[in-house]
Design a protein around this ligand. Sequence first.
Ligand code: ADP
Length: 572
Amino acid sequence: LEEGARSCLLRCRHRLEEDIKPPYLMDHMISDGVMTVDEEERITTQVNQAVSLVELLLMKDNRAYISFYNALIKEKYEDLAILLFPNLPRTLTDGQKNTSDGSLSYVQAVLSEGGVPQRPVVFVSRPELLNRVREKLYRLQKDPGWITVFGMAGSGKSVLAAEAVRDHRLIEDCFPGGIHWLSIGQVEKPDLLVKIQSLCFRLEQNLDSQSLSRPPNSLDEAKERLRFLMLRKYPRTLLILDDIWDSTVLKAFDIQCRLLLTTRNRSLTDSVSGAKYEVEVESGLDESKGLEILALYTKAKVQGLPEEARSIVRECKGSPLVVSLIGALLKEKPNRWRYYLCQLQQKQFKRIRKSSSYDYDALDQAMAASIEVLPDEHQDLYKDLTVIEKDVKIPAKVLSVLWDLEQEEVEDILEEFVNKSLLFVDNNSKPYLYYLHDLQLDFLVEQNRTQLEQHYRYGPPTSGDEECLYWIRFLTYHMAKANLSQELYSLMFSLDWVSIKAQIMGPAHLINDYVEFGPILDKEFQEFLSLNGHQLEQRPFPDVVQLALSQPHTSEVYRQALQQAQDRARSG
Ligand code: ADP
């Protein structure tokens, strides 16, 4: 480790030791190849992990220092990273060494100077996509502009963006000024300001200017500072903004520079000016790539993988995130192929976790995050999409019935979902057909199941508020979907339910349920309803218990009615 870096580490040692949480940082350092798993394990067993990590760093080389700095940025310790920044070993400017003498290659140096993440430990190439992004990057050779790389959660957008710039020719031809990576995520304005401040700081430091100006203290000021820096000092530099959720973030970067962003939301650049290009990232890898990932994780040959491997890739439709999550688990527990496949099949998303650098430590959180940014009323509508069957595509019209909205309004809402990568559209047919990715559908059903069980546990809903109405309308449907047949059976068998649903939704809905789910239900209830359906239409609402008491005395309907009548008598 060069002297400046070393003394910097010693100076801010206490701050580091107090603030950092080593596990995630070490993950990054391992994937950068500057730390071994053994070293990580050794540190993990120490009482004070932070102290041991700093000690280890002091014994390592420049690359480790740079990797540690990048890890701090990624794990949102910008305030600490800033302390280390002034002494970052100047790998790039100290002569562009090549890898043969063990130092960084030109490309690696440019990228690590700009905080571009390294390749994941296990990596497969996606040449066609990569070329598409590079082709767009070449369009920024002469002029500023925006490239949107969009796709659903975990489709590999960030990995792709970082890979696209890992190219000597491209950097020299288009971005000789460098490439700077900024992870954004779901930020509020103050956090955004801090991020831009630290970007400005990074850029200004590099200029070796004598006096550093004070950090900009409003977003407007930050935008002007950045505009000045990019235009005057860093022409032909690429900014990569990773994981953007909100177009207000982009407004701060609307300064006529060269910019690539990754996002789930295709239409973010609508509100900014300049040339715009986009690349869609397909949600899944093809089977051979998926298998390759599993093989790399488990250090096996593709041909030697067990049969479950193929099923795992198919089950998640080749989602890079899911395949990698499972691959990482299998690396630790190589005997669990069948187990993880079953978990995936049973949609046990919460168990498919990984303690690594992916922003959301479980798949369901990644999915939930996408849904949570929708306006409340659209979240509910989105959840209704559980009614779509697997592998079925439906036109907007069906949803306009389900949601009871004008078709045009429905089309607008669906477009929003599509733009946010929450829904897919098949434009080749007229009218357009919409469908969910299997994982999204499974996720929704899974989420609903939890809610359903709660609703079920607390008994049938009783008030008439909106959410209640929804559940009264769809509870049976969702229960059937979620295979809660035992619960469905007892719900529909309960006189309380009959009475509530008939009162609120009218008997037609109720009878419809019984027709629909008839095969698993009791005949007597159906008979009771078909005989008394017309009475359930009357207002004031008739006494269901009274009606039921006129049923054959051996029937379940009668038994429940009698029970309730007796309860009533007892309570007065
Ligand atoms: P996104 O940005 O679309 O949410 P990421 O690019 O962060 O997705 O990728 C999610 C995870 O999927 C990564 O952490 C990595 O494990 C895995 N992954 C993505 N692309 C690849 C790839 N080309 N090869 C191997 N694994 C990949």
